[in-house]
Structures are given as C-alpha cells and as structure tokens.
Design a protein around this ligand. Structure first.
Ligand SMILES: [Zn+2]
Length: 285
C-alpha cells in the first residue's frame, strides 16, 4: 500500500498508482456510508474508479499527442487530485503545446459524447438533475451511474480547461500568449495567473470542504515555481551561449571583463548594462 502500484504499460507507457491515491476511495467510502447503504457506497466507490479510469485515458490523450511530435512520456501516475503524464520535455512550439494540452480534455469530450446517447436511451432527459438518488432497480442504478460518469467527464473537461498553469487550460493560455509575447513572457504571465488561480482553488476548496482542491492548489504553486526555475536555467544557458559566440566573433567590441559574485559570471558593460559573458571562474583570456 505504501509503494506505487504499476497497472501496466499500454503503448509502452507505464501507468502507476501513487500510494496516496488510496486515501481517496477510503475517505469516499466512509463519507458515503454515513449517507447511504453499504451497497450504494460500494457502487459510489466503483464510480470513483471509473472516473479515474477516464483520467488515465485523459493522460494518454496528452502522451500520444506528444509522441506524435516526437516527445516521449516517461510514465503516467495517478494521484488523489488527478493524473500526471511526465513528458520527457515540454515543447516550446506554441502549436505543439496547444495540441498536446488540448488532447487530454478532448478525450473527456469524446467520452461525454459516447455516453450521451446511452443515457438518452435510458431516459429522454439526461440533463435532469432532479433524480440523482440511485433508484433501487438494476437498470435504474446503471442509468444513474452512467449519468454520473457522463457528467464527471464534462466536469473533468471544464475543470482542466481553467486557465490555471500548469493545468491544461493554463498551457493553452501560455501557447496562445507565446504567439504574441514570446515563450519567456508567456510563461511568466501564465504562472502568475496560475498562482492567482491557486488562491481561488484554496478558497473554493475550503468553502466547499473539498480539500482535494487545496492539495491541487499546492501542486499548482510548486509546479509554477519549478517552471520559472526551468525558464531561468534556459535563459542562463541561452545568454552564455550567445555571449561566448559574440566574444569569439568580435572581441574588440567588449570592454574590461569583471567578475560578478552575485551572478557568478564574468560580465562586461554593454552601454551601462552589465551583461554576463562566462560563468567559468577562470578569467577568460
Ligand atoms: Zn490534462
């Protein structure tokens, strides 16, 4: 129970269940037992597993779209607050990022529209929320749970498209901003909006007693910080590379180099702007 369980490797991508995930069905079973019978509580937990199966399909939507662009997926892990497909790298191309981000919610959209005609077969008013207490007949229960699964997929679709980076909607936003203001600015704006979204999730979670949302907000904060760190490292790599080649092509353009202990780099003055040249502590020749 305290190690990740491997479910299998469809399409060569290993799917794991994180040990913390099991807290969710246990909590869900006991909170349902207070309200309804053991039989219906077990069915409710079954519904939870069906929803998480749809979450796995959602993650495969991302993983297979990424593979189409030559990006492999290390693995897919299911946590209590949802699934994560760990891609080998993130595409900096706005079109690729847009397609990869939308492919997950597209799977939930597809499941919703596959379940809709079945639910209409059972009752002509599938959007009727009045009768959500599971009726006691087998067909009534089946109808009820299929309906709940259909709406859960609609919920997953809408929730994932909220513009809260690094959720799918946040990635869509970054891809669109990337077209207008470039990758770095798009990331900074998306992460900032994502942090505001995380605060919103904390309040929503506390007011609705849905503490999974608070956990998700924490995950959004951490992932946002990590994304900014990646951006900073990329910036350092890019600038070092550019300055080195600029120095090599025309060294006479540079004034005296100075060691900057804060940036841990040799810098030169470009106008009045100290600009990093090399982070090798040895003075460049
Ligand atoms: Zn997703």
């Amino acid at each position: 129970m305290f190690t990740s369980i491997k479910l299998g490797s469809p399409f060569g991508i290993s799917v794991y269940i994180h040990p913390a995930f099991w807290l969710l069905p246990i909590f869900y079973l006991f909170s349902n037992l207070k309200a309804t019978s053991l039989f219906h509580s077990i069915l409710e937990v079954g519904l939870l597993f069906a929803v998480f199966f749809c979450v796995i399909l959602h993650e495969f939507g991302h993983a297979l779209a990424a593979r189409f662009f030559g990006i492999q997926t290390r693995d897919i892990t299911i946590y209590p607050m949802g699934g994560v497909a760990r891609l080998e790298k993130m595409s900096h191309d706005p079109f690729e990022e847009l397609v990869i981000a939308l492919s997950g919610p597209a799977v939930n959209f597809l499941i919703f529209f596959l379940l809709l005609p079945i639910c209409i077969q059972f009752s002509p008013t599938p959007f009727d929320f009045e009768n959500l207490i599971p009726p006691n007949s087998f067909l009534g229960s089946l109808n009820h749970y299929l309906k709940m699964l259909m709406f859960s997929n609609l919920g997953l679709l809408i929730f994932n498209l909220l513009p809260i980076f690094p959720m799918d909607g946040g990635r869509v936003l970054r891809a669109l901003l990337n077209l207008a203001v470039g990758f770095s600015n798009a990331t900074i704006i998306s992460v900032t909006l994502g942090n505001l979204g995380a605060i919103f999730l904390v309040f929503l979670g506390l007011f609705s007693s849905n503490y999974i949302l608070v956990l998700l907000a924490f995950f959004v904060f951490i992932a946002g910080r990590q994304e900014l760190l990646l951006l900073k490292n990329k910036y350092n790599r890019d600038t070092n590379f550019n300055f080195t080649s600029a120095w090599a092509s025309s060294p006479s353009n540079f004034s005296t180099l100075t060691w900057d202990p804060q940036q841990k780099a040799w810098v030169y003055l470009d106008g009045e702007q100290p600009t990093p040249f090399s982070n090798n502590p040895e003075r460049p020749a």
